[in-house]
Design a protein around this ligand. Structure first.
Ligand SMILES: Nc1nc2c(ncn2[C@@H]2O[C@H](COP(=O)(O)OP(=O)(O)O)[C@@H](O)[C@H]2O)c(=O)[nH]1
Ligand SMILES: [Mg+2]
Length: 294
């Protein structure tokens, strides 16, 4: 599939509309386009770990192989706009000219939670762009961690040598959400030791309790190392999902995520009005008042 300018603009406009939609807006048009069943790949990790660069390289490789890719990043620092990757610091800038690639970044709703509004709806809209693959880049903190696990099929977690990333990842339990761990920027010192370390941890944890063994891959986009191997693991995980995941159960989880997000936003809106009531001491009354406002 190739996107012409008209299709690109239309998709970009639709994504903006959904990104800014209130819960009521969404519910008014709640016959949301259903998921098209497109393969969804989540790329997550700390800011600056190399997510956007890796997404650019993976998208470019896919496009070269004739696949089309739609990318959504929840991070305004990600250098994408209306279907392009910005800035010459990204070596894969050529990817942007590829008619098979569409990239878009959005702001997260606040700095702590790392997720945008209506993520489930945005991914469904992107799917209906007709791409072969969808990639979803997030910083993987707060709600974003839960969102990426629920809303994508394959979660790729990036960690970087020479930082506290590995320790942080272990502490935060974020390794738990990974289907594939990437030691990013493996051209930097310490990548090998880190790979050993994380591999041991992942094996020890054997956290998924199923037949998928989480691979730990060292990748450098700068040095063109490990990209093919990573693409191979992504394909292997897709095949594994087909054999081991119940699509109906996945759809139910995604629907539950969507409902929960709407409810949380409504509760937040109501709480903004009920601050004074909570302050006056009668917590039971405040609770009943708040529930009644929903
Ligand atoms: N040495 C090295 N630097 C990289 C590599 N990949 C990305 N970077 C650099 O790391 C910085 C952050 O990259 P970016 O993709 O924006 O990270 P993000 O915030 O996780 O999306 C940029 O300056 C990149 O050029 C790599 O493979 N090796
Ligand atoms: Mg980025």
């Amino acid at each position: 599939m190739r996107l012409d300018t008209t299709k690109r603009r239309k998709l970009a406009r639709e994504l903006s509309r959904i990104a800014n939609a209130s819960v009521d807006d969404i519910l008014r048009n709640s016959e949301l386009v259903p998921s098209a069943g497109t393969r969804r790949i989540g790329i997550t990790g700390a800011p600056g770990v190399g997510k956007s660069t890796l997404v650019g390289a993976l998208a470019k490789a896919a496009a070269t192989a004739g696949r089309s890719v739609g990318v959504l990043a929840v991070d305004p620092a990600s250098p994408y706009t209306q279907g392009a990757i910005l800035g010459d610091r990204i070596r894969v800038a050529a990817a942007t000219d590829d008619a098979r690639i569409f990239m878009r970044s959005l702001s997260s709703r606040d700095t702590n939670d790392g997720m945008c509004n209506n993520a489930a709806d945005l991914l469904n809209v992107l799917e209906h762009g007709g791409f072969d693959d969808i990639m979803f880049e997030t910083v993987g903190v707060g709600q974003a961690e839960h969102a990426v696990k629920t809303l994508v099929d394959t979660v790729i977690l990036l960690v970087q040598p020479e930082t506290g990333d590995a320790i942080q990842a272990l502490k935060a339990g974020i390794l738990e959400i990974a289907d594939i761990v990437v030691i990013a920027k493996c051209d930097l010192d310490g990548a090998h030791a880190m790979r050993e370390n994380i591999t041991a941890t992942v094996r020890f944890g054997a956290h998924q309790g199923d037949s998928w063994e989480v691979p730990v891959v060292a990748v450098s986009v700068e040095g063109d190392i490990g990209l093919e191997m990573l693409a191979g693991y992504i394909d292997a995980h897709t095949t594994w999902c087909e054999g081991h995941r119940d699509r109906a159960a996945v759809a139910r989880k995604r629907a539950a995520y969507r409902l929960r997000e709407f409810l949380v936003r409504r509760i937040d809106a109501v709480l903004k009005q009920s601050d004074l009531m909570v302050g006056d001491g009668d917590i039971g009354a405040a609770f009943r008042w708040t529930v009644n406002q929903l």
